[in-house]
Design a protein around this ligand. Structure first.
Ligand code: 48H
Length: 262
């Protein structure tokens, strides 16, 4: 076979733009590809929903690759271990109820489950804003405003592109970036005690893990919050490198949105 470079370029351009064009009307748009976003993408896609996941960085996985302090293992508690087992991993019990797993394997497996289930992952794509509409006096998020991450990093003055979704999931982690933009630009009230972003508190792993799941919910019409962003939005604690709450939050948000979409 003689390789024609032009066909290689044409193949990539065609495949990518077909994927993007087919993602202009999503059931669910996920902002951020950390463990909570990847788990939500996997669980929604496997039910046949049209899911797009937008990740600023070149690699998905967020804060999970590095385990604790770059020592590349994570800990998962009893309640969440079944999620990683379902993804094909074997976990090792360190003390009763505390399981360790290689963080690179865990991240890679979640990325594989999400993409193989059909989630459209757009890495190197930053969400810079949302689409807002007012229907019957109620404001609602209807989509995302996205830009190429290299454009964002170089601070080039290039306009973004836009897509619509039935629901968006805020999974941007500690920075809760999408919600911050929504509140800053539109002065809207969130479904939080103060109506704003409560902010993350210091370390209290036990409470934080439970709250990550409890606070996974619709925070503004059309927007659910999951993972570390749920803690930041509702003012809970951090938990360090135990990841069960992130996985359980991804499962919960997928379940709740799936019920609404049906
Ligand atoms: C596109 C964006 C944008 C944007 C950010 O931080 P993450 O891993 O998020 P979670 O919530 O799934 O997991 C949190 C976990 O990794 C963690 O930090 C823990 C457990 N910390 C405990 C502690 O005590 O510190 O991933 C978020 C992802 C990242 O990959 C970002 O690059 C991405 O979101 N992102 N993508 N557009 N505007 N903002």
């Amino acid at each position: 076979m003689i390789i024609d470079e032009r066909i290689v370029s044409e193949a990539i351009a065609t495949a990518y733009f077909e994927k993007f064009r087919d993602s202009l009307d999503l059931d669910v748009a996920i902002v951020g590809g950390g463990p909570s976003g990847l788990t939500a993408a996997w669980k929604l896609s496997e039910q046949g929903f049209k899911v797009g996941l937008f990740e600023r960085k070149l690699s998905v996985g967020g804060g999970m690759w590095g385990g604790g302090m770059t020592w590349n293992f994570i800990v998962v508690q009893e309640e969440a271990k079944g999620i990683l087992e379902e993804a094909g991993l074997t976990l090792k019990e360190f003390r009763p109820g505390y399981f360790t797993v290689d963080s690179v394997a865990a991240t890679a497996v979640l990325a594989a489950k999400a993409t193989l289930a059909g989630a459209r992952v757009f890495n190197c794509m930053s969400v810079e804003d949302v689409v807002l509409r007012e229907v019957d006096g109620v404001k609602r998020v209807m989509g995302l405003v996205v830009n190429s991450s290299p454009v964002e990093i170089a601070r080039l003055h290039v306009d973004p592109l836009v897509l619509h979704c039935k629901y968006a999931i805020e999974c941007t982690g500690h920075d809760v970036e999408m919600l911050k933009t929504l509140v800053r630009k539109n002065g809207v009230r969130l479904n939080t005690p103060s109506g704003g972003i409560e902010g993350e508190q210091s370390m209290w792993a036990d409470v934080a893990e439970a709250n990550t799941v409890n606070h996974t919910r619709e925070v503004f019409p059309g927007v659910y919050v999951a993972g570390m962003a749920a803690n930041a939005a509702y003012g809970s604690y951090r938990m360090g490198p135990i990841f069960g709450g992130m996985l359980l939050s991804g499962v919960k948000v997928a379940k709740e949105i799936a019920a609404r979409l049906r």
